[in-house]
Design a binder for this molecule. Structure first.
Ligand code: KIV
Ligand code: ZN
Length: 506
């Protein structure tokens, strides 16, 4: 029997705290549904007291996602805990996660509390959370820099008050694998009652050691890992779920434990999160980077042809990565398209989304001879979640060159009018964005612009991601087309629509 390690995903809470990420309720629900398919044991859905949007997202996830435990974060104060419970009470398996800092530096300078006051607060708030919800997790923030003797006291207090899981965060990513593992072992050895509850860790990646620290914690007795898809999270991020899971799977001989993750769903989850957050994955990232399974050198290719295991320690298929295959062409019908979607694992799309994706596919087939898996993936992702559009881009026209001032004319449609505007700019994309601003009558800051080719070849689909900012909030838009200016304009209009939709919801 292998030891079972629980996977607690905090992409929607700690991950969402990454700079430049702002997911709306629909997007969070879509990610939560995918995390459920991925087989995570717990989803930390948000921090309900933080904002109305966070509250609504946790509530919607609690109402709709039934298999995993749904967790809501709360500081160790009654009003946070109450608010978390209000959102979580709909869940099939709710868990309140409450935390307070326990290191000397945090207690003295941030909390301005003595250790005894902190102990008292732990007792009061964990007891209060327990009176609302049978499953309560307690985190000792900055646990890795807490004096071990005091940490033991804190944990004992939380267990006595009814905690069902204790989490030790390496909040500032300071730990090293040996030292952090040693801390976890000392908790197992010194805290009575710890064996009857879950012992969890939550590692940040400031020194690039979040994954090794988490794995070392497992070797030393942790049985829950808090982690995020693509390693998103505060500052340098959290431990990457896909790296931990694949390390445990590939080196089961060494670690001797397993998770409940359906590893074939890893790639799709990673792409969905990247798509919705607008945070791109570096090509050489372990497990999900574009080059993770690419073998460039002749020696490697030769070895692979003789026996894949010469250079491949896990298969691309095991993380859900399929070779991009030529799939369909302009004569393919709707039935073939649907079959292809099913084969690619898109079994949850409703008829509306399939129709929209099919229409896009037909448009694309007129422009591009061979349509690949990755084209279909981009089309579907574009159609997965669309907020109701205030503006539709009808057409654009540009005039540009290396010795003329770029100008762009756009026509946009709303429910009751058609608006035309023109503008000059530093190049055709800038001019188009300015013309769109004018047509929409708004001013936003362009915070990020990213263009990638979905496949290779001159007729490749271009996928543009833009981030626009207004009043401190960031909105991500995405557009695809074989024409990069059109993809850019669509991405920009999409970001504006999202911004308008969010302000309406507030
Ligand atoms: O990093 C941290 O300490 C946290 C806690 C709230 C668990 O995110
Ligand atoms: Zn954290």
């Amino acid at each position: 029997m292998y030891e079972r390690v629980y996977i607690f995903d905090t992409t929607l809470r700690d991950g969402e705290q990454s700079p430049g990420i702002n997911l709306n309720v629909q997007e969070k629900l879509e990610i939560a549904a995918q995390l459920e398919r991925l087989g995570v044991d717990a989803i930390e859905a948000g921090f309900p007291v933080a904002s109305k949007g966070d509250f609504e997202a946790v509530k919607a996830i609690a109402q709709n996602i039934r298999k995993p435990i749904i967790v809501g974060l709360a500081r160790a104060v009654e009003k946070d805990i109450e608010r978390a419970w209000e959102a979580l009470k709909y869940a099939a398996r709710p868990r309140i996660h409450t935390f307070i800092a326990t290191s000397d530096i945090h207690m003295e300078y941030k909390l301005k509390m003595t250790p005894n006051q902190v102990l008292k607060r732990v007792h009061e708030t964990v007891s209060f959370a327990k009176s609302l919800c049978p499953d309560v997790e307690f985190s000792a923030e900055d646990g890795s820099r807490t004096r071990p003797e005091f940490l033991f006291e804190v944990i004992k207090t939380a267990i006595k008050a009814g905690a069902t899981a204790i989490n030790i965060p390496d909040t500032v990513g300071y730990g090293t694998p040996q030292e952090f593992g040693g801390l976890i072992r000392s908790i197992r050895e010194n805290v009575e009652g710890i064996d009857n509850i879950i012992l969890s860790v939550h590692c940040h990646n400031d020194l690039g050691m979040a994954v090794p620290n988490s794995l070392s914690a497992i070797q030393n007795g942790a049985n829950q890992i808090e982690c995020t898809i693509n390693g998103l999270g505060e500052r340098a991020g959290n431990a990457a779920l896909e790296e931990i899971v694949m390390a445990l799977k590939t080196r089961k001989d060494f670690y001797g434990c397993e998770t409940g993750i359906v590893t074939e769903e890893i790639y799709r989850t990673s792409r969905l999160v990247s798509h919705l957050t607008g945070i791109h994955i570096q090509p050489n990232k372990a497990i999900t980077g574009a080059n993770a399974f690419a073998h460039e050198s002749g020696i490697h290719q030769h070895g692979m042809l003789s026996n894949r295991e010469t250079y491949e320690i896990m298969t691309p298929e095991s993380v859900g990565l399929r070779q991009s295959q030529m799939v369909l062409g302009k004569h393919s019908g709707r039935h073939a398209f649907e079959e292809k979607l099913e084969e690619m694992g898109y079994i949850h799309l409703d008829a509306d989304k399939i129709n929209q994706a099919f229409e896009k596919f037909k448009d694309l087939a007129d422009k591009k001879k061979h349509i690949m898996d990755s084209d279909i993936e981009a089309l579907v992702n574009e159609k997965v979640i669309q907020v109701p559009a205030v503006y539709d881009l009808e057409y654009f026209h540009i005039s540009s060159g290396n010795s003329t001032i770029a100008t762009s004319t756009v026509q946009m449609k709303t429910e009751d009018e058609i608006i035309q505007e023109a503008a000059c700019g530093d190049g055709p994309i800038d001019a188009t964005f300015k013309a769109i601003d004018r047509a929409a009558g708004i001013e936003v800051e362009l915070k990020d612009y990213y263009l990638r080719a979905v496949t290779s070849g001159k007729d490749a689909l271009g996928e543009v991601t833009v981030k626009i900012g207004r009043n401190g909030d960031v909105f991500v838009g995405r557009g695809i087309s074989t024409d990069v200016i059109e993809a850019s304009a669509r991405a920009y209009v999409n970001a504006i629509n999202k911004m308008l939709y969010e302000s309406e919801m507030e």
